[in-house]
Design a protein around this ligand. Structure first.
Ligand SMILES: *Cc1c(COP(=O)(O)O)cnc(C)c1O
Length: 402
């Protein structure tokens, strides 16, 4: 049994650290952007003075170039948010209505929503406890049980729907275990879209090279929402090394217009997905500071690591040895066997912290429990259920160190 006193001590230690510099006002939220002391005002002024505030413009080009340089992606296409980036990426690799996409239940709702926005359905497969990403072993077992190849395409024997893609997520910036998933992707002829919304600055060792998250599969996506590692206000991007996919992304995100000085000719039903210039200007000022941001994130992780080492009923979630994480959110896990008891302690910690105006958050509720996804295809999801009762995220904004 864990004495309430220990819980109070834990929350007090967190409270002491997040209030240390006291530049942070209460309440302390999970993740806030850091825009002061960047060039964003100058860059925004330039947008306004040049009248280039809408989609397209020099700052968008420059932001895309910065993204390519930083991640070593051949192509980066900036769009208006991460959800749109996911929907566009899924469409480009061939996902259409009435098809299924294999996905983890442990993600932000946007991951499943992007699949549904195309009229397709999520098909949930369980996670592995270390990286919190979809488990390759469980995925392979699931495919052996329910999948069948027909004319080069993969189908679900139960629903008769085509299984069109695999969508792993790099959770909280921790790189998922992509090598075995890539193996499965080859064997089953399944394109991979990586949800790297939280993983700018996270790298994975693959074939002895360090690769940026999002580049191991066919297309990866990033989000620049206000709570992510860097922000453009709202925004997202597709990363890919595939020229054809990059061209399609550009074309479809700009209403599928055939370039011409005056004619309006569009050859498909496209979208208006592009990132406005003013957002890209903020993004440029942010990515210029990414190394400083990542250094501070690492320090925050180390601070918490010290605090948590004095409590034996909790541990921090660590990256795997083959990867580097951006430490977007520091996450801890309750080391408690019994499910009901773990959930009870989890809720007690959340309540105590919120009473102290420290807005700790549990990991997302598993997506298969949401009303719109109750009827989706799913495998046994007991690991996701297990983690849901035990994982809590800590305030991780860089301004905690100022
Ligand atoms: C933030 C996020 C998204 C969506 O990005 P938006 O820019 O908010 O649309 C998708 N997936 C994950 C895992 C995210 O954290």
């Amino acid at each position: 049994m864990i004495n309430d006193l220990f819980l109070r001590e834990l929350v007090d230690s967190i409270s002491q650290f997040v209030n240390e510099k006291n530049s942070a006002k209460l309440p302390i939220s999970l993740h806030e952007p850091d825009l002061v002391n960047t060039n964003s005002l100058d860059y925004l002024k330039n947008c306004i003075e040049s009248n280039w505030v809408s989609s397209g413009g020099e700052w968008v080009k420059r932001f895309e170039k910065y993204l390519c340089e930083y991640t070593r992606a051949k192509y980066a296409i900036a769009v208006c948010n991460g959800t749109v980036a996911l929907r566009l990426a899924l469409y480009i690799v061939g996902v259409r209505s009435n098809e299924e996409v294999l996905v983890t239940p442990s993600s932000f709702v946007a991951t499943a929503n992007a699949i549904s926005h195309l009229g397709a359905s999520p098909h949930f497969v369980d996670i592995e406890p270390e990286t919190l990403t979809i488990s390759a072993t469980k995925l392979n077992n699931r495919l052996e049980k329910i999948a069948i190849k027909r004319d080069g395409f993969l189908f679900n024997k139960i629903t008769n729907k085509r299984i069109a893609a695999l969508l792993p997520v790099h959770v909280f910036g921790i790189p998922g275990n992509l090598a075995p998933l890539k193996e499965i992707s080859k064997n089953w002829n399944l394109p991979i879209i990586e949800d790297s919304a939280e993983a700018l600055g996270s790298w994975y060792k693959y074939d002895s090279n360090l690769m940026h998250c999002g580049l191991m599969g066919d297309i990866g996506i990033l989000s620049f929402n206000g709570n992510k590692i860097i922000t453009t206000g709202g925004g997202g991007a597709l990363l890919t090394d595939n020229k054809l996919y990059a061209e399609q992304a550009r074309h479809l995100s700009t209403t599928a217009k055939i370039p011409h000085p005056w004619e309006f000719f569009h050859d498909q039903i496209g979208w208006n997905d592009r990132m406005p210039n003013i957002n890209a200007a903020i993004g440029c000022a942010q990515i210029e500071k990414i190394n400083q941001i990542l250094d501070k994130k690492k320090k925050i992780y180390e601070k918490y690591n010290k605090i948590f080492s004095s409590f034996d009923f909790v541990e921090l979630v660590k990256k795997s040895k083959n990867s580097t994480t951006n430490n977007w959110l520091v996450t801890f896990r309750l080391i408690i066997k019994d499910d009901d008891y773990a959930l009870n302690i989890r809720n007690k910690i959340l309540e105590l912290a919120h009473r102290n105006k420290i807005l700790l958050r549990p990991i997302w509720k598993s997506l298969y429990k949401m009303p719109m996804y109750l009827d989706c295809q799913r495998d046994d999801l007991s690991e996701a259920d297990f983690q849901e009762k035990r994982l809590i995220n800590l305030p991780s904004s860089v301004k905690l160190l100022k």
